[in-house]
Design a protein around this ligand. Sequence first.
Ligand SMILES: [Zn+2]
Ligand SMILES: [Zn+2]
Length: 307
Amino acid sequence: MPVLKDAMPLMKEPHPLPQTPLPWILPSLFAAFNVVLLVVFSGLFFAFPCRWLAQNGEWAFPLVTGLLCVLTFFSLVSLNFSDPGILHQGSNEQGPMMVHVVWVNQRAFRLQWCQKCCFHRPPRTYHCPWCNICVEDFDHHCKWVNNCIGHRNFRFFMLLVLSLCLYSGALLVTCLIFLVRTTHLPFSMDKAMAILVSVPAAGFLVPLFLLLLIQAMSVSAAQRSCEGKCRYLQGYNPFDHGCASNWYLTICAPLGPKYMAEAVWLQRVAGSDWVPIQNLHFPVCPSVLSPPAPTSESPQTREGSLR
Ligand SMILES: [Zn+2]
Ligand SMILES: [Zn+2]
């Protein structure tokens, strides 16, 4: 049988993420600070300009902004405590010398060996240096919430960006309407707080809207932030199922069971997606250059399927 690397084009993953984990306390404090900031500005808004509007019979403003505020906090807390799709450590694989290849829409991917988690990670799974975990369908590490964005919480991330966009816009519009309607009144604490809230609301609105637009385009094209413009895919993205299907798979499709500590199930036997590799001459990729496990005596072959 001919050597596999000559028989088919193996896809290369993009450049690895920087392996410089930061002390956990600083990112956690930054994420907590963002939550506090949102609480403070929301409190000021509802206690001053929004209260004045409600007292003058304008109940639509506190109703709409209140609902958006609840939605924003719900998505923020959900994203903070969500599982991004962690593939846990503890695999009983025999080592990095084993070579796995998986086909995705007629494209072959050589599975990379994660030296930290000790298993071959599926396509689009990357090791986050900040969280020190491998995340399935990794998009990026969000410093604002100090959590990875991946397969299991990407929809919460989209919901958070959307709700923040709407909430910022509603705060800005409400504060401006309040200032216009109170022009005949002398300067007061209500007006000062309306200006104080509207400035950051206006400042965040444009970047949030641009972020929402970029993420929506990425979802439509089945791209991931960490992959840049998918240059490694050589112009063809095998994960692209069409715009409508991409949105369904990202936002609505069932997430499937959690992997928990059973990373070994990734290598369950039998299936048509995997390609048997025989007589492979190594090394052919940087991950295979890693020191072999003590039990590995020679390059091994394996047949299995991804779940
Ligand atoms: Zn890992
Ligand atoms: Zn992370």
